[in-house]
Design a protein around this ligand. Sequence first.
Ligand code: HSE
Length: 428
Amino acid sequence: MKPVKVGLLGLGTVGTGVVRIVVGNQEHLSSQVGSPIIIERIAVKNSEKARDIDVDASKITTDPWEVIRDPEIDVIVEVMGGINGTKEYILEALDRGKHIITANKDLMALYGSEILAKAQEKQCDVFYEASVAGGIPIIRTLIEGFSSDRITKIMGIVNGTTNYILTKMSQEGATYSDALREAQDLGYAESDPTSDVEGLDAARKMTILGTLGFRTNVELQDVTVQGISGVSKEDIAFAKRLGYEMKLLGIAECKDEEFNISVQPTMIRSGHPIASVNGVFNAVYVYGEAVGETMFYGAGAGAMPTATSIVADLVAVIKNLKLGVNGLKQIVPYKTKKIKSDEDIYYKNFLLLHVDDKAGVLAKITQVFAEYDVSLDSVVQQANPNNPNAEIIIVTHNASKASMDKVLRHFEDLNVIRRVKSHYRVEG
Ligand code: HSE
């Protein structure tokens, strides 16, 4: 059988993992697709770099265009990252009829619709399983596993770095900055951790999941984003006392054809399966109208888990090649985009208020909630020897985001409130 030839853009940790799996599992892979799979050419940044795999030097180039323009190559695997430049390589490869596999969530979140439209025009596959939650096959699950159902909610822990930090804070009482430093020392967080800790990485992944789950063209700017840099160990202690864990959750909901997506630190009821996802692990909880609750758990990053998803995509592309059906199974969003207004987004809220400790304060505060029709689930006042103000902890029932925003604006003018110390979404 004629071998299928693959061009690899990037030979970092993930690219190395791809080579290992393609070479090491060759018999297993070729038995599934009916032909050998050969990594024909590899574009690298630095051809002199020492590597811990054996690669024939004649396959290596520092010019990605040599790989893209090689007429022998059927499939391009892109693991070099980056947005501008990388997008041009991918569009040109599609123009040349090559199929694409990418792990690039940044590119797919920002330019996925353009790339998928080009792929459809050229009858090529573009698969990107590794772009969200590394080794968890969540994209294939949303496209194929749930093709018969209507998904109404996706909740994801899709950033391992922030989950590691919050786990350290929760389990060991670490401060945010100590936990971040440890995540950096272990190589989970970058020296500039902004994209992870401020929620942008998770927002990009939720853009991809929302598009697939709701079959509509979700864009990054449709996702409201708040990171974890403002979460204190006191907040986490309060969460635990009330029976919650603090997680950076991506939450995508769709009802009556309207959706909303957010990424924010969220207090999730300790008994919920996603609350026990700790360390760098990822999990995606999917609720379908017919199937009900499901959850998918595993490694969200790392060379071999990510490479597993990439090579599984490769198997899928080659099977399609054999059947002559490339480009036919792309999910092209077909629903008109309708974003929920703040009046229609409902959730519970946790508030920690620092207030004057004198008669009538609580009455004034509860009056504001009543004015905007926000019903309260629990109210606790506690003494804190380190705080001259009284601390009031409030958990609301489900309230619209619009009403809660009005409450918070009103609090700015309420002179008995010294400070709204913390405000979090509550789930479960
Ligand atoms: N920085 C990401 C995380 C890994 O911490 O989950 C790859 O997306």
